[in-house]
Design a protein around this ligand. Sequence first.
Ligand SMILES: Nc1ncnc2c1ncn2[C@@H]1O[C@H](COP(=O)(O)OP(=O)(O)OP(=O)(O)O)[C@@H](O)[C@H]1O
Length: 206
Amino acid sequence: MRGLLLEANHLTLGRLGRVLVRNINLAVRQGELVEVIGPNGVGKSTLLRVLAGLAQPMAGLVRRKDCVWVGHDNALVETQSVLENMRAVLPPSCQSLFLGKMACHQAMLQALDLWGLGRVLNAPAATLSAGQKRRLALARTTLAPEKLWLLDEPSSALDAAGETLFKQQLARHRAQGGAAVLATHGTPAGPGALRLELAAHQPGRL
Ligand SMILES: Nc1ncnc2c1ncn2[C@@H]1O[C@H](COP(=O)(O)OP(=O)(O)OP(=O)(O)O)[C@@H](O)[C@H]1O
């Protein structure tokens, strides 16, 4: 189907054999924003991890295009600098030609400036604050070529300005044909967001 980036059918999710939620159906197309909401411990992160292919569902099927995943831990290499962590997500085309490399380098610097990290380009990621690490993870996301973003509580540790910036970047991404699935506790991160509310499963047989 044109524009379809992710499809999940009849998902049952669990941890250590215990069912958390069942019968989740989801389709995400270009331009869309899906926000997964629900109380602490209901299974939002578990669903995101299953959608990203990092965990298996107890039942059901996920089909999707390539994606960017940002979990709680940001997946930064702590010993590497901010710039080196940025480079890790650039597409192969950035390595090939001199002019391509220059353009990619410029784009990296611009993104880091935008996210307020221009002064810490050479600092090891380990030395950043929690909010700065989140900003770096999100700055990387905006440069990655993948259309589908899967982000687990992207606004966690961000200040108000960071949250506004994230919403702006998400809007730009959607306008350019991207889409996102977010786990969140907050207000909608963009217009027309579809909200998928997870409810605790009643104990019983699968
Ligand atoms: N590594 C783990 N091993 C075993 N069980 C886990 C693990 N991580 C989470 N769980 C269990 O899975 C359930 C769902 O956790 P999950 O992190 O998906 O919830 P969540 O909805 O994202 O919660 P929160 O809003 O607190 O972030 C919880 O009840 C938790 O106890």
